[in-house]
Design a protein around this ligand. Structure first.
Ligand code: COA
Ligand code: ZN
Length: 303
């Protein structure tokens, strides 16, 4: 059976925008619930300015509280080279840097130009290779920017090609504000997979306009085999007006499993993690499939 990797970004993308700030202990509890469900890839926090994003303070404590495992990839987001150094010193083995499809988003998110952000990732790649740390470069606002409007696919293609060439372990295509439609996704991912293969590509969708799952499907059809998703549909970027939650992990996993892909994730336990996310935050909507899954799994479990 073909496999697809789902990377849960709830503890980072999800929690960064919540009114309620969770303690490092609560965030560890959420990550552990995801691990218990069989998730091997989790974005567990961000080494960003605590003034800019108070909810991510204490990412070092989150990393320190996670079980040492050879099987899990715990990634942390870094906005700049300073973030890289802090993450490395806290023991991170996998980092995610951010490239931008627009000038407006780079300025709003990290007070840098696009070019400065490119340089920060390029510098990180050089250092990370020496340090033996894995790097994912995410192209934020890869389809549309809330400030500058639609993004040219040529620009995204150029960024992907350049950073794969520079040695990024992975390049993620992110629809940060949930503005893409499945045809756009299909057109872009078809081109990228044809040119680079799918091995180092992944996609990240938000569900702002209910197209998150359709966009995942479109990218699967192109051959993409790794996706970000967020437990309970938590999420949104504090610096991208109008961005709502990521596509929910339970919805993505259910769809992929029903389509015959192996995600390695136990839906029974994933639903428990989703309920924990809802209880901890008070705001996680829960995936659209959650109520159905709960009924269906309860029936199955009672047999
Ligand atoms: N982690 C923690 N602190 C950091 C940091 C990092 N990665 N980078 C810089 N800082 C600190 C500086 O040391 C400085 O501290 P001080 O005030 O105690 O001297 C302070 O932040 C300001 O530094 P400066 O370089 O002037 O930053 P800035 O005010 O221009 O902000 C960022 C730039 C990148 C630090 C900030 O905008 C940020 O963290 N953004 C993250 C946005 C985000 O997470 N978005 C969602 C995910 S994509
Ligand atoms: Zn996002």
């Amino acid at each position: 059976m073909a496999s697809i990797i789902v990377n849960d970004v709830g503890p980072r993308d999800g929690l960064q925008n919540q009114r309620k700030i969770l303690s490092p202990q609560e965030r560890i509890q959420l990550v552990k619930a995801l691990i218990a469900a069989g998730m091997k890839h989790v974005e567990v926090g961000a080494f960003v300015s605590p003034k800019a994003v108070p909810a991510m303070a204490g990412a070092d404590q989150v990393l320190a509280g996670l079980p040492a495992t050879d099987h899990g990839v715990f990634t942390v987001l870094i906005p700049n080279f300073r973030g890289y150094e802090l993450a490395r010193d806290a023991g991170a083995k996998s980092v995610c840097t951010v490239l931008y499809g627009s000038e407006g988003m780079a300025q709003a998110n990290v007070k840098m130009s696009r070019e400065q952000a490119d340089q920060a990732t390029a510098d990180t790649l050089v250092q990370a290779r020496q340090d033996g740390i894995r790097v994912t470069a995410t192209v934020a606002v890869a389809f549309e920017c809330p400030f500058d409007g639609p993004v040219e696919p040529d620009l995204v293609q150029e960024l992907v090609a350049r950073f794969l060439q520079l040695g990024a372990d992975e390049v993620a295509i992110a629809d940060t504000i949930g503005a893409a439609n499945p045809q756009q996704v299909r057109d872009l991912t078809d081109l990228l997979v044809r040119k680079h293969g799918a091995g180092r590509l992944s996609c990240h969708f938000h569900d702002t306009r209910a197209m998150g799952l359709a966009n995942v499907f479109a990218a699967v059809e192109s051959g993409i085999r790794k996706f970000d998703a967020s437990i309970g549909g938590l999420g949104g970027c504090p610096f991208a007006p109008g961005a709502s939650g990521n596509v929910a992990t339970e919805d993505v996993v259910m769809m992929l499993e029903q389509m015959g892909f192996d995600t390695g994730i136990d839906l029974n336990r994933l639903i428990k993690a989703s309920t924990l996310a809802q209880n901890l935050t008070g705001t996680a909507p829960g995936g659209r499939s959650k109520a159905w899954l709960e009924r269906h799994l309860a029936k199955q479990n009672s047999k």
